[in-house]
Design a protein around this ligand. Structure first.
Ligand code: SAH
Length: 262
């Protein structure tokens, strides 16, 4: 870890005034470097301010709206969401709205991430497929609960960045692949649960096929240009059960699914 010392300060007076240097710009720089180094070394736990924001977020935005699954609440209280959004808006990471993550995409509002995760009804140890990695935040939340998470992102730049963030934070059970999630991840099928975090006008057939018997598929189903119904489909032999949970608005699923437009 490299921390600027008083000698290294640009004011050039540190040697004789070490205390004064604490207030100087170089002293401030030293402190911010220290915090940056802690954040990069997996020091997400060393963030009492952000941890308090997370607790408030869980209580006011998530529990207050009816999410009760203790595994989901615990994961939402643990994952450092501020490290998945661009640094200049990290201070807004725990607010009650979606945020831009670059490439014209967004990270969902915390409540929606929690609700979709609860809809998967995970108990721990499952194999989960996510379509639409984006920032990697939803994948990290899943990684806290499930055994293994496989996440596909169609935008290569986002896939690369999310993969790096997850690796830096130590999410060894989450794998990210750049590609079109329409086709799923056949080599790893079947999955106990599948989650799609982009708006789909119809259920991509491969995703239903790659779902294990009794497994759940959660996706925003409907017109990508207006709004969708957050839908839970449970695979039960020939008669899948479909439940509609809430109206939502997601960015559109792109790629193969768009070719099917008439
Ligand atoms: N779950 C993300 C947010 C998803 S935003 C998070 O936690 O940050 C929706 C993402 O779906 C975008 O990044 C978009 O590029 C991606 N996407 C859209 N169509 C896709 C497809 N066919 N396959 C995989 N990813 C897709």
């Amino acid at each position: 870890m490299r921390v600027t010392t008083s000698e290294g300060g640009s004011q050039g007076r540190g040697r004789n005034h070490p205390q004064a240097n604490l207030k100087s710009p170089s002293g401030v720089m030293a402190l911010s470097l220290l915090f940056a180094a802690l954040a990069c070394s997996g020091g997400a736990q060393v963030d009492p301010g952000f941890a308090a924001m997370r607790r408030t977020m869980v209580a006011r935005q998530i529990e207050a709206r009816g999410v009760r699954d203790p595994l989901v609440l615990k994961a939402m209280a643990e994952v450092p969401r501020h490290l998945f959004v661009p640094a200049d808006i990290a201070g807004e990471a725990y607010e009650d709205y979606p945020l831009p993550i670059g490439e014209g995409q967004t990270i969902s509002q915390p409540y929606i991430v929690a609700l979709m995760t609860e809809c998967l009804a995970l108990e721990g140890g499952e194999k989960v497929l996510e379509i639409g990695t984006g920032s990697g935040y939803q994948a990290a939340v899943l990684g806290r609960i499930a055994g293994e998470v496989f996440s596909i992102e169609i935008n290569a730049a986002l896939a690369f960045r999310a993969g790096s963030t997850l690796a830096e934070l130590g999410y060894a059970n989450v794998r990210v692949r750049a590609g079109d999630g329409f086709f799923g991840w056949p080599e790893e099928a079947p999955f106990d649960a599948v989650i799609v975090t982009a708006a789909a006008p119809e259920v991509p057939p491969a995703l239903f096929d790659q779902l294990a018997e009794g497994g759940r598929l959660v996706l925003p189903l409907g017109d990508p240009k207006t709004y969708q119904r957050l839908t839970v489909i449970t695979k039960r032999g020939d008669k899948p059960r479909t439940e509609r949970v809430l109206d939502v608005r997601f960015v559109p699923m792109t790629g193969e699914i768009e070719k099917k437009k008439r």
